[in-house]
Design a protein around this ligand. Sequence first.
Ligand SMILES: C[S@@+](CC[C@H](N)C(=O)[O-])C[C@H]1O[C@@H](n2cnc3c(N)ncnc32)[C@H](O)[C@@H]1O
Length: 446
Amino acid sequence: MTSRSLPLAGQSPPPAPGALSLDALRASVRDRYGAVAGRVGDASAAACAPAGASSGCCGDAGETWDPITADLYEQGETAGLPAGALLASLGCGNPTALAELAPGEIVLDLGAGGGIDVLLSARRVGPTGKAYGLDMTDEMLALARANQAAAGATNVEFLKGHIEAIPLPDASVDVVISNCVINLSGDKPRVLAEAFRVLRPGGRFAVSDVILRDGLPEDVRRSMPMWTGCVAGALEESEFLALLSAVGFDAPSIEPTREYTRDDALALIAGTGLDPALADRMAGTIMSGFVRARKPAADAPTVRAARSSDLPAIEALLAANDLPVHGVADALASALVAEHRGRVVGAAALEPCGDAALVRSVVVDAAWRGRGVGERLVTRLLTRADANGLAATYLLTTTAGTWFPRFGFAPIARDAAPPGVRGTAEFRELCPDSAVVMHRARGGAA
Ligand SMILES: C[S@@+](CC[C@H](N)C(=O)[O-])C[C@H]1O[C@@H](n2cnc3c(N)ncnc32)[C@H](O)[C@@H]1O
């Protein structure tokens, strides 16, 4: 067992990896993955893994067993791929299996490594499509290009560059995939903004990554091996969703694909110099997840924070739909509007009530119903509520009791709502007794 190194008296502790500059973080990440690529190259050159073999043949190219990267692909799925691509598989999921790629689509893999997901994508999009792989590490790019040649893939191109500054034009790809890379970046908002920029309107973000359910112990957060090992830099669920919304994505969601136990945590911290006892506090806090989001279609309404000048339009929209306008001015600070060519075509607001909030004034112009505007408004509102730490959200509805469950709302008895919510004007006076009261806990559980 390796004991944790403590700073000597008078010495300041090393900066947490997240506090380092983007360049310093990139250098550590590049060192680790450059070395892995070298080991994979050596193992492939030793020819102990004929093309089509699974990664078990040559062992693990020198890294210890890792519960995050192990057994991600079905054997039939990777049959025929070069051994070097299988050996270099360092992801935490199987994004191409979940991304529903179609023939003819253009796919970009952020942090493509040895290229396994690029080669799998290339098969799915076929000769009329194209798969790009972007990576910053020369050794990985060399390995990926050797794997491309061995696979004979002609609809593939590997690009050198950073995921924080993608070397492709605006609106040039249909799908952005990535497998266990965004957690490694020191500037995640920039990565997501870049993914948004290069996607065409309506394009999909379909990414596997490590996600945190709760905070990690501080020692783990500060550990560079845990950062380069894809754990310490991972985002929490609500942070990831909020960042996706903030850069403009619609309908962000996270589907857990693997949850890590105490034994997995022990394997993850082995060799990092951290105290193995930390594994007790890591159990259940780390998962792998599939993160989906969509860039709004061209000419779709934009969802943005409401301004005071929007108040008359919001009130008119509510009145036209027989919804209460009382108190909307007070809820304006938390309100969102959907705007299309300068006209407000939808709105939604949160009325704070202690550590909970009441969702109110959800309204969409009749001409825009059934086109995803309401979903975008409510998703954005709830993402913000979760990111602000609100414990729960409530709402009252007479007509949309079957619509709200998709966001995690479920009906509750009227008197089960907390006093703060029961005290709102909407609850006391404005909604008839027949209105259904619905509840959603933080993160979406009813
Ligand atoms: C954990 S590996 C995953 C590789 C691949 N996606 C897979 O599933 O096997 C991370 C890869 O991302 C690349 N990478 C990490 N940070 C990057 C950045 N900021 N810009 C470009 N590539 C990066 C590394 O060089 C490495 O090849």
